[in-house]
Design a protein around this ligand. Structure first.
Ligand code: ATP
Ligand code: MG
Length: 403
């Protein structure tokens, strides 16, 4: 079975080239290798855009079309919408009970974003809680890996802590002590004493050797003791390690190299900065935007030599041009051999060339929106069966089996 990867994106508007280079391109690579779950994080969009109910539906389906346009394959990837799976909210609520407030207040992006998005009122419970909702999104699918940029690494760390705490609190059944005692009673007296000694040593010093000795003894008992069961092994391993079962799985951050794409003004491309080119923007508009794009501010006249390092267009050449084009740019710019419009042309061509297949792949879904909905329906069904399975274990572990 392939390891599972999970990631989501907030539907807050048309995706731009930054989203493609920074996330989507990587997703497309991952789907070939992992059991990939990609979801539309519409509740997460509401943590900051909670007043924008009129646009949400359009953003949701437009985003899925952008994903497919970029090359996500619904046959390979499970594509779904968070809000269609109330199980996420249930797990979020249950995890919230035992999560210390300080864990959320300390997440670095919390204060950062509050500062950055000053025009919105983010002193809300939902905004504080969103990393925990994210933890629920990940843990409910028992994902092994979460692809993250550096700024999100702290969220995966929080998720790991939340899983660890949950397993610690609920990984043992209520009658754990009695079950352990019953399993120990099956061991020969000397072995029982030996196991206790190793458990104490491991608990006090964390010595790997003591743990290994204890595990060996349990393995031997499993082979030799009459009437030994798999449960006996599980309870005693939990007893030895001072843990219970792993009901929730601690995910790993999957660090991949991604390009941070600057926008038309040289700062990071972002919708909110008004410096973005949408993935499926009209060619004429793309061209117009790029032609208007500022260049080296110190190159005032055509005859002034320029410096690529001061020019936002150069940042695009770094992503979109090959070595020989870049050589041509550096030489032409620094000697005033080429004009700025001339320099922009290869970038314009490369971006339009990249966008053409996106528009083509999106076309059938734009003409027949039912096709997108069918993909999402299927993905949501697949996701639901995994989520429900986890929730059964979670409810049972928390003593919520009555219904
Ligand atoms: P925007 O920043 O345009 O308002 P957003 O805030 O809705 O979009 P983010 O959460 O910032 O979206 O980004 C979603 C994903 O896309 C993240 O993985 C982020 O790292 C990536 N991303 C966004 N903008 C860029 C960019 N300019 N370059 C590289 N990656 C980017
Ligand atoms: Mg952003």
């Amino acid at each position: 079975m392939r390891a599972r990867v999970l990631s989501g994106m907030r539907p807050t508007g048309a995706l731009h080239l930054g989203h493609y280079h920074g996330a989507l391109k990587n997703w497309v690579r991952l789907q070939a290798e992992y059991d990939s779950f990609f979801f539309v994080a519409d509740w997460h969009a509401l943590t900051t855009h909670y007043e924008e109910r009129d646009v949400m539906e359009r953003f949701v389906y437009d985003m899925v079309i952008d994903w497919i346009a970029a090359g996500l394959d619904p046959q390979q990837s499970t594509i779904f919408i968070q809000s269609r799976l109330p199980e996420h909210a249930e797990l979020f609520t249950l995890l919230a009970m035992g999560t210390p407030l300080g864990w959320l207040e300390r997440v670095p992006t919390y204060k950062d974003q509050m500062e950055k998005l000053k025009d919105r009122d983010l002193a809300t419970y939902g905004f504080l809680g969103y990393p925990l909702l994210q933890a629920a999104d990940i843990l409910i699918y028992r994902a092994a890996f979460v692809p993250v940029g550096e700024d999100q690494a702290s969220h995966v760390e929080l998720t790991r802590e939340v899983a660890r705490r949950f397993n610690h609190l609920y990984g043992r059944p209520v009658d754990f002590a009695a079950r352990v005692a019953a399993s120990i009673a099956k061991l020969p007296k000397d072995d029982a004493r030996y196991l206790e000694k190793q458990r104490k040593a491991f608990g006090e010093t964390g010595a790997a050797e003591a743990l290994a000795k204890g595990e060996n003894l349990i393995a031997k008992a499993a082979r030799e003791v009459a009437g030994w069961t798999a449960d006996d092994t599980e309870w005693l391993l939990g007893h030895l390690r001072g843990s219970g079962r792993s009901i929730l799985v601690e995910p790993q951050a999957l660090h991949t190299e991604v390009t941070k794409l600057p926008g038309l003004d040289g700062t990071k491309m972002s919708k909110s900065y008004g410096n973005a080119i949408a993935m499926r923007e009209e060619p004429a508009q793309v061209e117009a935007k790029l032609r208007k794009m500022p260049t080296d501010p110190q190159r005032v006249r055509r005859t002034d030599p320029g410096n690529p390092e001061r020019c936002p267009v150069w940042q695009f050449h770094k992503v979109y041009s090959d070595d020989s084009t870049r050589d041509w740019v550096v030489k032409g710019c620094t000697t005033a051999g080429i004009g700025c419009l001339e320099c922009k042309q290869p970038v314009i061509d490369a971006i339009l060339r990249q966008q053409a297949p996106w528009r083509e792949r999106a076309e059938p879904y734009l003409t027949d929106p039912k096709k997108v909905k069918a993909i999402v329906d299927e993905g949501t069904d697949r996701a639901r069966s995994v989520a429900q399975n986890t929730m059964q274990d979670v409810r049972a572990a928390m003593g919520l089996r009555y219904r």
